[in-house]
Write a protein that binds this ligand. Structure first.
Ligand code: NDP
Ligand code: 8X3
Length: 271
């Protein structure tokens, strides 16, 4: 017998941005684990090969899940518009949008932050997320009662608590938070749920990207601590989407046990 969560997700079409690694990949897999019999997943990111691997993995255990991997750079607004227009008929009726794609570049402080890094972070984390939302929202709004569907935005503790060396990334996540909160109010007369999940420290490719591919530097971020896993966040995303339609998990801050703020962490030291 399937769970009530599985029943509520049955037949849904779900899009996850940034599904080629980390939280997005785990989210795609967790949706498929929860509802393996009847689900459609649209998985997007820039690395198409990685997306195809995720699709293969899902199809190996979830026979009722149809996966559509699509190469999409969310920082290119015209690509987003073309992507929605070209979706195959059976994937057009999207029910859940998970805006997860995002990144951080470096730890530079003003006035030394590279303009290209500023642009990449804002174009991806803010303009990309807004453009995805604007592209999908008309599909939700065309439904009865003012509209139906879920928008799940992956914010960050960084959007609530700016820290040194993260000014631009933090500003992008604060922008996501403002956009999300405003939208929830704007859509009050609909059945559309606007949800934000703000993780603390999660071990993914995030720090590798931050340090330009330097895996040693990235590893140091997690020394002496036990970060969250991408699966931890994926479970919360799926939980939020799998609630009864009248239940809106509007806002969630998630820490690992050793963390109490963006920069307040307990690190075990080895003597
Ligand atoms: P990863 O680097 O593992 O994953 C990031 C994903 O975003 C990848 O799939 C990447 O795919 C995709 N992405 C990046 N840029 C673009 C782009 N221009 N267009 C499309 N996809 C893009 O990191 P996480 O899983 O940690 O990050 C996921 C989200 O979680 C981000 O929004 C991040 O800010 C947020 N977050 C992460 C935390 C952490 O500690 N790890 C904590 C709080 C929030 P590809 O490279 O193939 O395009
Ligand atoms: C990622 C968490 O604190 O490294 O959003 O910026 S943090």
């Amino acid at each position: 017998m399937s769970s009530s969560q599985a029943q509520r997700l049955k037949g849904k079409t779900i899009i996850v941005t940034g599904a080629s690694s980390g939280i997005g990949k785990s989210t795609a897999i967790e949706f498929a684990r929860t509802q393996p019999d009847d689900l459609k997943l649209i998985l997007t990111a820039r690395r198409e090969d990685a997306l195809k691997e995720v699709a293969k993995e899902i199809e190996s255990f979830a026979k009722g899940v149809k996966v559509l991997p699509v190469k999409l750079d969310v920082s290119k607004v015209d690509e987003i518009q073309a992507f929605v227009g070209k979706l195959p008929q059976e994937f057009k009726e999207i029910d859940v949008l998970v805006n997860n794609a995002g990144l951080v570049k470096g730890v530079a402080q003003a006035p030394d932050i590279a303009p290209a890094d500023i642009a990449t972070m804002f174009d991806t984390n803010v303009t990309g997320l807004i453009a995805m939302t604007q592209a999908i929202l008309p599909i939700f709004k065309a439904r009865p009662d003012g509209g139906r569907g879920d928008i799940i935005n992956i914010g960050s503790i960084a959007g609530r608590e700016p820290y040194q060396g993260g000014s631009i990334y933090c500003a992008t996540k604060a922008a996501v938070r403002s956009f999300t909160d405003a939208m929830r109010k704007e859509l009050i007369a609909t059945r559309i749920r606007v949800i934000e999940i703000d993780p603390g420290q999660v071990e993914t490719e995030f720090s590798v990207v931050r340090f330009g591919g330097d895996k040693e530097k990235a590893k140091k971020v997690y020394e002496g601590v036990e970060p969250l896993t991408p699966d931890d966040i994926a479970e919360i995303v799926v939980f939020a989407a799998g609630r009864r339609e009248n239940v809106v998990l509007a806002d969630t801050l998630v820490f690992p046990n050793h963390q109490a703020a963006a920069t307040v962490m307990h690190r075990k030291t080895t003597q």
